[in-house]
Ligand binder design. Structure first.
Ligand code: GDG
Length: 496
C-alpha cells in the first residue's frame, strides 16, 4: 500500500509506537521473527519501507536484544531490510507500571468513560513518566542520527508526554500524534490528579498536530485544555491551541482499513470454502448466522450483547433456533485483573445461556476465544447474515469497516453501536444504543428480518463510504496536514 505519488514526504520519518513491527523470539531451533498481526503495523510498515525511515518501539520479544546491535537497532524487514527498527528496553517493573498500570489501568478506562475502573497509583504515573522520557530520548537520538528536520509521528495514549520532551531536544522536528482511542470530556479527564492531567495536556501540546478519530474527541481535547490550562489560548473555531509561543492544530482523521486487501481476502478460494463450512455447521437450512469480532475488552460491550440475546430468546421463544451467535473474542491484556474477570464473566454467561436455551440440534452461542488468522476473520465476515459491533465506547472500530469490505455481495447487515467512532461515517448501519437492552434486542430482530432489497441498499451506501476513505486516504491526509502545520509553525516562528 504505497503512499500516493502526490503525497510529498521529503523529510526523514521517525515513527514511535508501543508495539514493534517485528519481534524476535527464541524457538527450539533458533530465533524466529514474528510480524504481529494488526491493522496499524500493516498500514505503516510500507511507508517506513518506502521512505527508509525509523520505527522506535518497545522491545517485547525475548530474543530482541540478541538480534539488535549495541544501540538497539535492527534492520527490517528481515531478509530484505529497508528501514531501521530502534528498540527501547523497559525494565519488568516499568512494563507493569507504565504499560499495564498507568496506560491500561488508568488512561484506557478514563478515555473510555469507565470511571469506576480507573486505577491511579503514584508509582505507575512515575513509571509512565520514566518510560515516556526513555522513548523520547530514543526518538531524539534517531533524529540526530538521520539529521535534517525529521517528521516524528507518535502513536497513541502510551506516549502523551513524548511530544514535549522531543520538542525540547529536537526543536526543528515536525512532531505529530495519532490518538487511537476516545478523548474524554473535562469532567472525566479531571479525575486524574492535579499535576497529572495538566502535565499530560502540556506533553500533548508539544505536538504540531494532534489527530483524533472524530470531531467530538478533538472538541473534548480542546475543552480539557480550556479547563485545565488557563494559560493556553484555545481557538476552537480554528482548531488551534497556543501555549508558550507554540501552536498545535487539533483535527479529526478517522482511521480506516486496507479495503482492497480485505476484498482480496474475502474472495480467496480458501476463504469461500471456510465460509461455506461455517454456514453448513452453524446456519444450516434457514437458520441465520450472527457474528462479532473483538479483543476481549470491557469497552467492546460483549456482556451487554449477551444480555440482549438473553432478552430476545426469553421474550421471543420463536427466535430460539432461528440464528446462531458466533463470537470471536481474542484474548487481550490478560495480566490485568479487570480483563481476567471479564473473560470469566463472558465464559460463564455463555455457558449459562447455552444451558438454558440449547436444543437437540442447536447451540445458541459459539465462542472462538483465540487469536485467529485474518483470512479466517474474512470467512467469518462473509458467512454472516448480521455483524454486531456493540462497543460501549470505541475510538473508531475497524471490525465494522472490515465486515463491509468483505461484503462485495452487498448482503449482510451491520448493527453498530452509536458509541463507536465509526458510527459518524457509517450511519447507514443499524445504529444501536448497547446500554438500552430492549432496543438493542429490537435492532437485532430488525436486522434478522430485513429484506434483501434493504440489506443491499444499506450495504451499497456503506461500501461507498469506505471506498472513498481507505487507509491510504487516511495516511495521505495526515501527512499533508502535518506538513502544513509544520510550515505554519515555522512561518509563525519567523514572524516573531
Ligand atoms: C484501537 C481502538 C481503533 C481482532 N481479533 C483478531 C484480529 N483482530 C483485529 C481486527 C481489527 C483489530 O484487531 C481490532 O480493531 P478495533 O478497531 O476493533 O480495535 P482496538 O484493538 O481496540 O484498537 C479502536 C483502532 O485502535 C485503530 O485506530 O479503531 O477504536 O480501540 O483489525 O480484525 N486480527 C487477527 N486475529 C484475531 O484473532 N489477525
Amino acid at each position: 500500500m504505497p503512499l500516493r505519488p502526490h503525497t510529498a514526504l521529503d523529510r526523514p520519518l521517525i515513527l514511535l509506537s508501543n508495539r514493534e513491527p517485528y519481534e524476535h523470539v527464541h524457538k527450539p531451533n533458533g530465533i524466529e521473527v514474528r510480524f504481529p498481526a494488526g491493522g496499524l503495523v500493516s498500514a505503516l510498515d510500507p511507508i517506513l519501507r518506502r521512505t527508509h525511515g525509523t520505527w522506535v518501539a518497545w522491545a517485547s520479544g525475548n530474543a530482541d536484544r540478541t538480534a539488535a546491535d549495541d544501540d538497539g537497532r535492527v534492520a527490517v524487514p528481515p531478509g530484505d531490510p529497508s528501514y531501521t527498527l530502534r528498540r527501547v528496553w523497559l525494565s519488568e517493573s516499568d512494563v507493569e507500571g507504565f504499560y499495564l498500570g498507568f496506560a491500561n489501568s488508568a488512561l484506557w478506562p478514563l478515555c473510555h468513560l469507565f470511571v469506576n475502573m480507573i486505577d491511579i497509583r503514584r508509582s505507575n504515573w512515575e513509571s509512565y513518566e520514566r518510560a515516556n522520557q526513555l522513548f523520547a530520548a530514543a526518538a531524539a537520538q534517531e533524529a540526530e542520527r538521520v539529521g535534517g528536520a525529521p517528521m516524528i509521528w507518535v502513536h497513541d495514549y502510551h506516549f502523551a508526554l513524548v511530544p514535549a520532551h522531543v520538542r525540547a531536544m529536537v526543536p526543528d522536528a515536525l512532531i505529530h500524534q495519532f490518538w487511537h482511542i476516545p478523548f474524554p470530556p473535562p469532567d472525566v479527564f479531571r479525575i486524574l490528579p492535579l499535576g497529572v492531567h495538566d502535565t499530560l495536556l502540556r506533553g500533548l501540546l508539544g505536538n504540531d498536530l494532534i489527530e483524533f478519530q472524530t470531531e467530538g474527541y478533538a472538541r473534548n481535547f480542546m475543552d480539557c485544555v480550556t479547563r485545565a490550562l488557563p494559560e493556553a489560548h484555545v481557538h476552537a473555531e480554528q482548531n488551534l491551541i497556543e501555549l508558550d509561543g507554540h501552536q498545535t492544530r487539533v483535527e479529526a482523521f478517522p482511521i480506516s482499513i486496507d479495503v482492497a486487501e480485505w476484498e482480496r481476502l474475502a474472495l480467496l478460494p480458501h476463504t469461500l470454502e471456510v465460509c461455506r463450512t461455517l454456514r453448513d455447521r452453524y446456519a444450516p437450512r434457514d437458520r441465520q448466522l450472527v457474528v462479532s469480532v473483538d479483543r476481549m475488552d470491557y469497552t467492546k460491550g460483549i456482556v451487554r450483547r449477551l444480555r440482549a440475546l438473553e432478552h430476545m430468546w426469553t421474550d421471543n421463544p420463536e427466535r430460539r433456533g432461528a440464528f446462531t451467535m458466533l463470537i470471536v473474542a481474542t484474548p487481550s491484556r490478560t495480566d490485568i485483573p479487570a480483563y481476567a474477570k471479564l473473560e470469566r464473566d463472558v465464559l460463564a454467561a455463555i455457558a449459562r445461556l447455552n444451558n438454558e436455551f440449547r436444543t437437540l440440534d442447536w447451540t445458541p452461542i459459539v465462542l472462538v476465544h483465540d487469536n485467529v488468522d485474518a483470512d479466517l476473520l474474512a470467512a467469518v465476515y462473509c458467512a454472516a447474515d448480521v455483524c454486531i459491533v456493540s462497543s460501549l465506547q470505541d475510538g473508531m472500530n475497524l471490525v465494522a469497516k472490515e465486515f463491509i469490505a468483505c461484503r462485495k455481495d452487498r448482503n449482510g447487515v451491520l448493527v453498530l453501536s452509536r458509541f463507536a467512532g465509526a458510527a459518524d461515517e457509517l450511519n447507514a448501519a443499524l445504529l444501536v444504543n448497547p446500554f438500552f437492552i430492549d432496543a438493542f434486542a429490537d435492532a437485532l430482530a430488525v436486522a434478522l428480518d430485513m429484506r434483501p432489497k434493504e440489506r443491499a441498499e444499506r450495504m451499497t451506501v456503506l461500501r461507498e463510504r469506505i471506498a472513498n476513505a481507505t487507509i491510504d486516504d487516511w495516511l495521505d491526509a495526515i501527512i499533508v496536514a502535518a506538513e502544513a502545520s509544520g510550515q505554519t509553525a515555522k512561518g509563525d516562528a519567523a514572524a516573531r
